[in-house]
Design a binder for this molecule. Structure first.
Ligand code: C2E
Ligand code: CA
Ligand code: CA
Ligand code: CA
Length: 281
């Protein structure tokens, strides 16, 4: 029994060591990736379910690693947060997405109301210069504040309730919009919802994927859509993959949608093509 215990301990130890080494390697690679411009933004359209028009895009980061190929943000964002590298990466994302939006508004004068949604992580949210930095990026890229939407999850607010309140109101007073991402998966009290200057609820895709066959999902989405309407907020359904999903969401009067049915996240050239064609579903 003793031998087994020891063996198990060694395995555990080895695993820990391997994980630590892998994390360290990833951190080094992330740092180098930022210097060598290995990151790229993809853009996924957000579509009005009433008019089918593209009203904006969500910017989603991609990492083209020289050896490993395309690395998913689900893999490296958590490490970037753990190591603090999310801060410089996050500034790069903001600047790049705003620069792109500005270019599109020149290229497509009919799209002046296009909105760029950007994901903000908890670590970025605790940066004391967040508001100044965003102000500077907007000025530099000539993007009006109302064209920028910041997506944060419920836990980002909950974990930093005090700072969050101050920051969110400062951002709101600039005219920037705020979206609660993955809504329904966190643990926020509903009271927080109206205490913060929230413009949009993004319904997590786990509530959408069976909306056409699961009556409980349908009722949950109905409740969120009604809640948003009653609080004067917009609502975006994530993960709209099928025409059946779309039909149910339309029946519920859900304002906007995002998902593979309309388009996967695409590079900037392809996104420009989508704007040009504008015949999404
Ligand atoms: P998220 O913010 O919830 O982004 C939506 C994710 O759902 C994206 O995954 C998108 O590709 C995927 N998606 C969109 N439509 C569909 C659909 O119809 N079906 C399915 N199954 N999936 C769909 P992605 O791009 O891999 O990003 C994963 C997560 O990584 C994001 O989740 C976000 O939390 C994080 N992330 C991505 N880019 C950034 C960034 O620039 N900064 C930060 N802080 N986080 C980011
Ligand atoms: Ca998001
Ligand atoms: Ca989301
Ligand atoms: Ca998500």
């Amino acid at each position: 029994a003793k031998a087994t215990g020891k063996a198990r301990y060694e395995v555990f130890n080895t695993t820990m060591h391997t994980r630590a080494a892998a994390l360290l390697q990833l951190e080094t690679d992330l740092r180098r990736g930022l210097e060598r411009r290995e990151f790229q933004l993809y853009y996924q359209p957000i579509v009005s379910l009433k008019t089918s028009a593209i009203t904006g895009f969500e910017a989603l980061i991609r990492w083209q690693h020289p050896q490993r190929g395309l690395v998913s943000p689900a893999e490296f964002i958590p490490v970037a947060e753990e190591t603090g590298l999310i801060v410089p990466i996050g500034w790069w994302v903001l600047r790049e997405a705003c620069r792109q939006l500005s270019a599109w508004k020149i290229q497509f004068p009919e799209y002046q109301s296009l909105v760029m949604s950007i994901n903000l992580s908890a670590k970025q949210f605790t940066q004391t210069n967040l508001v100044e930095e965003i102000t500077e990026i907007l000025r530099e890229t000539d993007v009006p504040a109302k064209s920028l939407k910041l997506e944060i999850t419920e836990s980002v607010i909950m974990d930093n309730a005090e700072i969050a309140t101050t920051m969110l109101f400062q951002l709101q007073s600039l005219g920037i919009q705020l979206s609660i991402d993955d809504f329904g998966t966190g643990y926020s009290s509903l009271a927080y919802l109206y205490r913060f200057p929230t413009h949009t609820l993004k319904i997590d895709r786990s509530f959408i994927n069976k909306i056409d066959i699961d009556s409980e999902q349908f009722e949950i989405v109905r409740t969120i859509v009604t809640l948003a309407a009653n609080l004067g907020m917009d609502v975006v359904a994530e993960g709209v993959e099928t025409l059946k999903h779309l039909a149910q969401l339309k029946a519920l009067n859900c304002g906007s949608g995002q998902g593979y049915l309309f388009s996967k996240p695409v590079d900037s050239q392809m996104a420009a093509k989508l704007l040009q064609e504008q015949n999404i579903v």
